[in-house]
Design a protein around this ligand. Structure first.
Ligand SMILES: [Cu+2]
Length: 414
């Protein structure tokens, strides 16, 4: 019986070990990092990222790359997300695998939060400097105070080299060049170790003598005063005076060593310049929009009117970072993330050139597995079944027009 028990115990231990080991080596590669789980209507009705460009797909430690593009702040912003009056242009990476060497909106450096306006379009650029080797899914993102993170499309970028080579030099206004990667670390370590040691010394002084039972008895029998001797008082005074002296002296020596210091720079940046979007000559009316549940496509009936002087065709529908394209009209040349790019995902019942002055009602189907993979199909769970997106029309000269659409999106069931 005992033998059997031992065997069972041994086997379960082996099984446990195997499970732990297996789980240690199981690293699924997630292609999205957070955005999939967010409400679909929220992703479709907040920030529209477009014209994104990642300058590199592979970068060595210490080298830089840029992510640039534009974002449109949707006018029909959801009620449950605070308006982007206090927002921060962030980058979605697992820790500082890159450092953000700079970020700009409308040509202005934006190290602080900014104020954005509904209905405006902004251009942005983020300069990243590679720090940790690996394959990283790099997202643009916007943090909205009172709203949360609004995650843009992510693209895989490979960093090569060795992290120990990473440096982050800056030249201060006092003319000194320092490496922010290691600057002041020794000093931080020294002072924390010093004060920690002093705390231990104080405890050590008292711990030399018996600590608990004899002292408890002494206190209970009314002889508490006998526990603290004259020497003890001197040592206590020594610690107290010494601490104050060290604080005062080190404070003044620090002021001597760093005579020019400024407070932390903070505060909202207002007046961020948006892009003047060219006037559009296409009018689009969404007659209805549906999506089948389950399914991986949405259908729209659009009435398109061309008020311009050149014939136009619909090239792209973009919602929540997923780009549905009609390959006959427009192709992506930016290396847009594969999982978000439906190169032939857009079908238009009649996508022949729409002549100036003409109007046409067409059936448009946006179809791709991204609709399911990125859980836009999960709109069925959302409390507001409305969508929004961008339509890109191209005229004969290849000139592009951007139209935003927004309408209820009604599910159909089988
Ligand atoms: Cu990701």
């Amino acid at each position: 019986m005992k033998l059997l028990k031992d065997k069972v115990a041994k086997l379960s231990f082996v099984a446990l070990l195997a499970t732990v080991t297996a789980s240690m080596f199981y690293t699924p590669t997630a292609a999205a990092h957070g955005e999939k789980s967010q409400a679909a209507f929220m992703r479709m009705r907040t920030i529209h990222w477009f014209d994104l460009n990642w300058s590199k797909e592979e970068v060595a430690v210490n080298d830089t790359m840029t992510i640039s593009g534009k974002f449109f702040v949707f006018s029909g912003w959801p009620e449950t997300v605070d308006k982007p009056e206090i927002s921060f242009l962030n980058i979605g990476i697992p820790g500082p695998v890159f450092i953000r060497a700079g970020s700009w909106i409308g040509g202005q450096l934006v190290p602080r939060s900014v104020s954005l306006e509904l209905g405006e379009t902004y251009d942005f650029k983020v300069l990243l400097k590679a720090r940790r080797p690996g394959d990283w899914h790099v997202h643009t993102m916007l943090n909205v105070k009172g709203g949360g993170p609004i995650i843009g499309p992510g693209k895989w970028v490979t960093v090569t080299g060795s992290m120990k080579d990473f440096t982050n030099p800056i030249t201060t206004l006092t003319g000194e060049t320092i490496d922010l990667e290691t600057y002041n670390l020794d000093n931080t370590y020294f002072w924390h170790a010093f004060w920690y040691a002093l705390g231990l010394a104080w405890m050590g002084y008292w711990m030399k003598k018996p600590m608990f039972v004899p002292r408890s008895i002494a206190v209970e029998s009314g002889k508490a005063d006998s526990l603290i001797s004259g020497t003890d008082r001197k040592v206590a005074m020594g610690f107290a005076a010494g601490t104050i002296a060290i604080v005062a002296m080190s404070m003044s020596s620090t002021n001597e060593q760093y005579p020019v210091t400024t407070p932390l720079q903070a505060g909202l940046l207002r007046g961020i310049k948006s892009i003047e979007m060219p006037a559009t000559s296409v009018a689009v009316k969404v007659e209805d929009a549906t999506y089948r549940v389950p399914g991986r496509a949405m259908q729209m009936t659009l009435t398109i009117t061309n008020n311009g002087d050149s014939a136009i065709r619909l090239g792209e529908f973009n919602t929540a970072g997923v780009r549905f394209m009609d390959a006959n009209v427009a192709q992506d040349e930016t290396g847009y993330p594969d999982d978000l790019l439906a190169e032939e995902g857009l079908t238009v019942s009649d996508n022949s050139p729409l002549a100036p002055g003409q109007s046409r009602t067409v059936q448009v189907t946006a179809s791709d597995d991204a609709w399911e993979v990125y859980r836009l199909a999960d709109l069925i769970y959302d409390p507001d079944s409305r969508f929004a997106g961008l339509l890109f029309f191209y005229d004969e000269a290849g000139k592009r027009q951007l139209i935003t659409i927004d309408a209820p999106l009604i599910p159909t069931f089988i």
